[in-house]
Structures are given as structure tokens and as C-alpha cells.
Design a protein around this ligand. Structure first.
Ligand SMILES: [Zn+2]
Length: 135
């Protein structure tokens, strides 16, 4: 299994919150509700791609809240950009400078922000937005 935008679980359609911006907060809430009602198993929601987990451990930005599944303080945010001039497996964005560079790039790319728990592998797309040309 290769790592790509499809590896970043959305589990639903996000809501447009601006041109090229999609917010997945409601999808996240719905997923957690389904999990609490027993309609989704822990295996369904804690299935982060190994590449995503690796990025979360190495460069993940710690979140102030605990993991909604295992309640450990191991929740992190990871940003990946995918685009024509970027590697097929995306580029992990770790600094504001990298983000600014992509914003100024003549080619369009899409940045995906994913919430990942490094303890139980819970993962959920939080938002996505376009960078480059059109923004
Ligand atoms: Zn967890």
C-alpha cells in the first residue's frame, strides 16, 4: 500500500469553508459518534498508515487535547502536501517556511492536515486547503 491522499482518512465529505478549503470537523464528530455507538470498531478508526504514524512520531505537532479513542495525551497534527511537482507520496510539511514556499509556488498543491494518535493509531483528516497558483 503506497501512501497518498487516499491514505488520509476522511470517512465522509467535508464542508467547504472557503475557496479550496474543506473542513472535516463534522465528519470527525460523526465518526466518533459512530464509534461510541458501536457502529465502528476500534480497528476501523485506529488504522493509520505506517507512513502517517512515522511522520506523527517524528514531526507531529502535539495537540492540547487527549486522544478521543484511547485518552492518551499522544494526539498530534501532521500536514502533508500533494501536488504535480511534489513526490507521489507527498511532502510532509514541518515548518511555516515550507508552507509559505508552497503558497508562493506557481503550481497548485493541496495540503491535508491530519490528526494522528501515536499510541492507538486513530487518524482523521481535519482539514484540507489549496496552495499555490489559485490561492
Ligand atoms: Zn489514541
Amino acid at each position: 500500500m503506497t501512501f497518498g491522499p487516499e491514505s488520509l482518512r476522511a470517512r465522509g465529505t467535508g464542508q467547504a469553508s472557503g475557496p479550496g478549503d474543506v473542513d472535516y470537523r463534522l465528519v470527525r464528530k460523526h465518526t466518533l459518534d459512530e464509534y461510541r455507538r458501536g457502529r465502528l470498531s476500534r480497528l476501523d478508526v485506529c488504522d493509520a498508515h505506517p507512513e502517517l504514524l512515522r511522520a506523527a512520531r517524528n514531526v507531529g505537532e502535539a495537540r492540547s487535547e487527549d486522544c478521543p479513542i484511547c485518552e492518551d495525551p499522544t494526539l498530534t497534527l501532521v500536514s502533508f502536501a500533494f501536488g504535480a511537482r511534489l513526490p507521489a507520496h507527498g511532502r510532509c510539511i514541518t515548518t511555516r517556511k515550507e508552507l509559505t514556499e508552497l503558497k508562493r509556488a506557481p503550481q497548485e498543491s493541496t495540503c491535508y492536515v491530519v490528526e494522528v494518535c501515536t499510541a492507538c493509531a486513530w487518524n482523521q483528516l481535519v482539514r484540507s486547503f489549496k496552495l499555490g497558483k489559485s490561492s
